[in-house]
Design a protein. Structure first.
Lengths: 515, 384
């Protein structure tokens, strides 16, 4: 880390939106070659601040200085010209175009006035990649790349535009732990090369690992600044949330009762027709949580879909409460007492363009009291929605606010509220806290344990190993479509499960593996 | 979020219930205004061609005549209503499809097939008591329209065939089919050209003025009925859910395939009502070469009305007024009636280019026009 004057200073930035003071005289400075983490809960004002930096929003007060010179940033183009580039959480890439074509978009290198100079572009892209430690194929189509590589393309796009200041908005939200490590290595090389990086996150351990300095924002204000070596997760969590946060959940002993869900020999194919669930056997009893750990893409999605009626199993049987429910659809399973918090909120769990209250009755809209005959009962829906909003602490301007305008954490709370409140005897939780802040995670975890203690059987699938370890009474490890091991949730440790996840227990030294 | 901003409050038309109507209606209203301005320029340009000099008064003369012909007298108003009625029904038909994420371009086929069925049954029952004759003739027309809408719905549900392609093909098939029917089993003897027989008692009675027939009531009733269906019934919730996010609809236990078939049938049914009331109330017989632009005009109405039943009613009345007044405009200002088609097309252009309209009128983004997404994504193809 080079010690010199700040390359970027934001002074007294204030931004109001109707009803909200999104930024309240925020000061932020970024030194050359520094990785500066901006930590805060969803809705704390991190994105607003960065939108101001990127020229997407105009501050009501405050100034921005680059290399000590005050500047007005008029828009993204202007920001890019000044060497500021943003890597968004949702990538702005065209899936059907190649890496090189995506990088060239908007910054076309011309061989002559008509044609692009693709060869020169390709050469520069490969060279840039090498400089920061990865080999990239400029002719690969974006849709064939993993999420981790797509992110590298976004970063390359910024470097190609000669960015000096890189803003990464929640870059790890969509990455696996391995991909996160790889992207961290890239970021460190960038910083060493003299690039300055703003790293937006709400994941505490990541911030501690990667940042040189950490600025914490809460409700639009800077509430503290820390150096990783002089702080810890508890301290940061308290700063961020404004109260003492339990990072680990207290959970009592499980009291498993009758078997609720029994699965035997379940097989299912993915959308391309490959068998990715290969003979799953499992049992979950009332009052216990079975966690499924596994690296993403080992058939978990298809397993969950097969169990929740969204995908027809190709073989095997599923019974719930003793009844054969194999091949039942979502409505039948819901009626039989199954609730499902899907992993992909945008695809399955919500209709983003609908009012929040409609999403709160998305699975129960057809039953009394929400329907009488063919007619929808708005008053009952309103009352129910208000009740859930209060009970699950969903932060929304009103029950009729369009769901899309809520933060991700509040959207997820709404899904959890809907599914938990249906009084299920079987609860399937797929990535229930992905992308959420610590406050929301704590809340959802506590509710899940309440559900278990109230006698629900819970199947938890999560890519966050910590989450599986924290909530599960038993842990099954899924590897290439099979459950390769089942461990006691109280005694299992991270290393043990991690090794099973990575190798499927084929490594003779992995303990606890059952064939 | 306890902090309240002390910025000036929004103007009254942007607040509360009025605000939400403003958000929806601002762009369509602005588009109509801009289209009238552009059409006025075209009229000015035409005056150069026809008279050799610019007649600055001509657009005003033309629009005054248009207004007089559509709203200037009782008969003008009734004519506007008569013109608007099929557009209301067609607009609702296309709009309900948009809500379900379906683009029904098959209005033409559904309309003429329903008209033929109603004309055939009506002629067969020409001597039956009027209530029975009318009811059965209308029922035949509705059934024909609904069936012709169901086919593309079923093809989409079972095979994934896109409704844009199948409805266009079914338009051609319907044209050939009515030719066969009218020149075959439904041919009335004793005429010098192919047509269906006299309706007799099956004619819809005139209830107002010289030409407002009973069928108008269907258009009047359809607006609140479709509104109730879409926004106050559980079925409408399912239709809108499938349109907005088919995956989430399936997760919620709805049946997207059934809903696709049902919505296309409803859409066909509405075009069927339009077709049969038009025949039983206005034309009184059907010919093989029956021409109508209703299938496409209805798309314009649905887009301008933003697929909302009340918006559609307003848009249909506007287009109905343009058509009702066009004749007088041609007489008084010498502007061909086709300028109405030009205005309609320019309105659509501005709706499609809503970014331009927003910029010109400083209308803050109030959510793009979702229906246009259905239209444009139709060809990009949502892979299933």
């Amino acid at each position: 880390m080079a010690e010199s004057g700040p390359v970027l200073e934001m002074r007294g930035i204030t931004k109001r939106y109707p009803g909200v003071l999104a930024n309240d005289s925020i000061d932020l400075d970024l030194r050359t070659g520094e990785i500066h983490a901006l930590l805060g809960e969803n809705g704390a004002g991190k994105s607003t601040l960065m939108n101001i930096l990127y020229g997407l929003a105009v501050p009501d007060a405050g100034s921005i200085l680059i290399d000590g010179q005050p500047v007005d940033i008029l828009g993204p183009h202007d920001a890019i010209d000044r060497g500021i580039c943003m890597v968004h959480q949702h990538f702005m890439l065209v899936p059907v175009l190649t890496v090189a074509e995506n990088i060239l978009l908007g910054e076309e290198t011309m061989a002559n006035p008509v044609f692009l100079d693709r060869n020169e572009a390709r050469r520069r892209i490969v060279a840039l990649g090498r400089q920061f430690g990865f080999e990239i194929d400029p002719d690969a189509r974006i849709e064939t790349l993993s999420v981790g590589w797509q992110q590298r393309v976004e970063i390359l796009k910024a470097l190609y535009r000669k960015a000096r200041i890189l803003v990464l908005d929640e870059p790890t939200a969509v990455l696996t732990p391995q991909e996160t490590e790889e992207i961290f290595a890239v970021l460190r090389r960038l910083a060493a090369d003299g690039h300055s990086i703003v790293f937006i996150s709400h994941k505490l351990y990541e911030v501690l690992e990667i940042a040189d300095r950490i600025t914490v924002i809460r409700r639009g204000k800077v509430v503290g600044q820390r150096i990783p070596t002089e702080t810890n997760e508890e301290d940061l969590a308290e700063l961020m949330v404004g109260r003492n946060v339990q990072l680990t959940v207290d959970r009592g002993e499980a009291h498993p009762a009758d078997v609720v869900l029994a699965v035997s020999g379940l097989r299912a194919k993915d959308d391309r027709g490959r068998e990715v669930v290969r003979g799953i056997d499992l049992e979950i009893r009332a009052g216990e949580t079975l966690g499924i750990a596994g690296v993403a893409g080992n058939g978990q999605d298809e397993l969950v879909e097969a169990l929740t009626g969204l995908r027809k199993p190709s073989a095997g049987t599923v019974t719930m409460g003793g009844h054969d429910v194999t091949g039942w659809g979502p409505r039948q399973l819901y009626e039989a007492g199954l609730a499902h918090v899907p992993g992909d909120r945008h695809r399955w769990a919500m209709i983003m363009s609908f009012p929040l209250e409609d999403n709160l009755v998305l699975t129960s809209y057809y039953r009394p009291p929400f329907a009488r005959g063919p007619a929808r009962q708005d008053r009952a829906v309103d009352a129910w929605a208000s009740d859930l909003i209060a009970r699950f602490d969903i932060r929304t301007p009103s029950a009729t606010a369009i769901t899309d305008t809520l933060s991700g954490g509040n959207q997820q709370k709404a899904v959890v509220a809907r599914e938990f409140s249906s009084e299920p005897r079987m609860l399937v939780l797929d990535q229930p806290t992905r992308g959420l802040d610590v406050g929301s995670i704590e809340f959802i975890h506590n509710r899940a344990i309440e559900m278990r203690d109230a006698g629900a059987a819970i199947l938890l699938v999560s890519a966050e190993l910590d989450e599986v370890l924290e909530l599960s009474d038993r842990i099954a490890v899924m590897y290439r479509g099979e459950l390769v091991a089942t461990l006691d949730g109280r005694t299992a440790n991270k290393e043990e499960v991690g090794l099973l996840m990575a190798t499927g227990g084929r490594d003779p030294e992995a303990r606890g593996a059952v064939s | 979020m306890t902090e309240t901003a002390d910025r000036p409050p929004a103007p009254f038309w942007r607040r509360g219930r009025l605000g939400s109507i403003f958000a929806i209606a601002a762009v369509p209203v602005a588009s109509v205004f801009l289209a009238l301005v552009v059409a006025a320029l075209i009229i000015l340009a035409s005056s150069i061609i026809t008279t050799g000099s610019i007649d600055w008064a001509l657009p005003f003369v033309a629009y005054a005549a248009l207004l007089q012909g559509s709203l200037g007298s009782e008969s003008a108003i009734l004519n506007t209503i008569l013109q608007a009625a099929p557009l209301v029904l067609g607009g609702l038909a296309v709009g309900i499809g948009f809500k379900a994420g379906l683009f029904n371009i098959g209005g033409f086929g559904q309309f003429i097939l329903a008209a033929t069925a109603a004309a055939g049954v009506g002629a067969a029952l020409a001597t039956a008591p009027a209530p029975i004759a009318i009811t059965l003739a209308l029922a035949a027309g509705m059934a024909a329209g609904a069936a012709w809408g169901w086919i593309p719905g079923a093809l989409k549900a079972w095979s994934g065939a896109h409704e844009v392609v199948t409805t266009i093909m079914l338009n051609s098939i319907a044209g050939a089919l009515i030719g066969f029917l009218i020149l075959g089993p439904l041919l009335a003897p004793g005429f010098s050209f192919g047509r269906t027989g006299d309706l007799g008692n099956s004619k819809l009675p005139i209830i107002l003025g010289d030409n407002i027939h009973l069928g108008i009531l269907f258009a009047v009733a359809a607006v609140p009925a479709v509104w109730w269906l879409l926004f106050r019934s559980t079925l409408g919730f399912e239709i809108r859910s499938v349109g907005a996010n088919p995956s989430a609809a399936r997760y919620a236990g709805m049946r997207p395939k059934f809903l696709t078939m049902l919505t296309m049938s409803l859409s066909g049914l509405l075009f069927g009502i339009a077709g049969s009331t038009e025949i039983l109330g206005v034309s009184h017989y059907m010919i093989p070469s029956y021409g109508t632009a209703i299938g496409f005009d209805a798309i314009a109405v649905a887009l301008l009305g933003r697929s909302h039943p009340f918006g559609i009613a307003a848009a249909a009345l506007l287009f109905g007024a343009l058509r009702a007044g066009a004749g007088l405009m041609q007489v008084l200002a010498g502007i061909p009636v086709e300028i109405v088609d030009v205005i309609q097309a320019i309105i659509l252009l501005f709706l499609a280019a809503d970014v331009v309209v927003r910029h010109l009128f400083r209308i803050r983004a109030a959510g793009g026009i979702a229906d246009l997404k259905t239209v444009t994504s139709s060809y990009a193809g949502r892979a299933r």
